[in-house]
Design a protein around this ligand. Sequence first.
Ligand SMILES: [Zn+2]
Length: 352
Amino acid sequence: MIIDCHGHYTTAPKPLEDWRNRQVEGLKNPAVTPKASELRIGDDELRESIEKNQLKLMRERGADLTIFSPRASFMAHHIGGFETSSTWAAICNELIHRVSRLFPQHFAGCGMLPQSPGVDPKTCLPELKRCVEEYGFVAVNLNPDPSGGHWTSPPLSDRHWFPIYEALVEYDIPAMIHVSTSCNPCFHTTGSHYLNADTTAFVQCLTADLFKEFPKLRFIIPHGGGAVPYHWGRFRGIAQDLKKPLLTDHLLKNISFDTCVYHQPGIDLLTRVMPVDNILFGSEMIGAVRGIDPESGHYYDDTKRYIDATPNLDEAARRRVYEANARRVYPRLDAALRTGRLRPGAQGGVTS
Ligand SMILES: [Zn+2]
């Protein structure tokens, strides 16, 4: 089985974007603010948007199941206040839930949180609870910078975030550390802000003792960990100077990296530097980079090709990257697979 741990609903039907535009417009002109109930998207529209896109590519490329979350760049936590984010997150998560019910064998849900700059993360807990208890989601995305590129929140090691971590540990679900759109013109959203955030999140953990406090907390740092594998020597050296334990003990029991790295040398480096147990297959397909690489003739985001081709993984290691590691990091996904709730023909999707 091949599990893609990183997919977003980037192909949601147009009424979703129209609804959001009205919501944003409503911040200036409250008369146009739409009600949640005004968003109407039928099951057939959802089905079509998935079958022609994600599911088609999963079949072509050989992935069986995607851990699927709302479109990351659309989370835009910096827009409006808590109420804005709360309504928007609820709508987006419900759509993911519906997709996971329509295609229970192919999609497991991952929620977005209704974060808002300067607002206590505790306010995210009701939506987090709904995602896990009502929707059966297996993870959430946690934005370390709800300000959208201005980094006004404390580092991830700060107590500020602890209410979220307590819930993650209680539900035994991991968080993918994932920023959203940059509203700072210095940072291109997917070219620099995403990769900066991946590196920044890692270093925030490196320079603190978060996982001493939360030994069961698990983060997935996406996009191959940003600069982390390339600069592994620097990070090991900084940890050593800070008298931190070896990174294998200090961070690698709690942090995994996905394979959203869009060329062969990048995947070769990732699989050479990182222990195989810390690597999860991910593609983030139909996402940041949608074109075909003229050097290879294949889609940049067809990351399975690079994993299949790398000399650094044997068959057993590849199986860990494709399946076993994800089932360990996402125990609720593993439980759903074991009990057959994600198999073809299962009724109602994941319902744990
Ligand atoms: Zn993503």
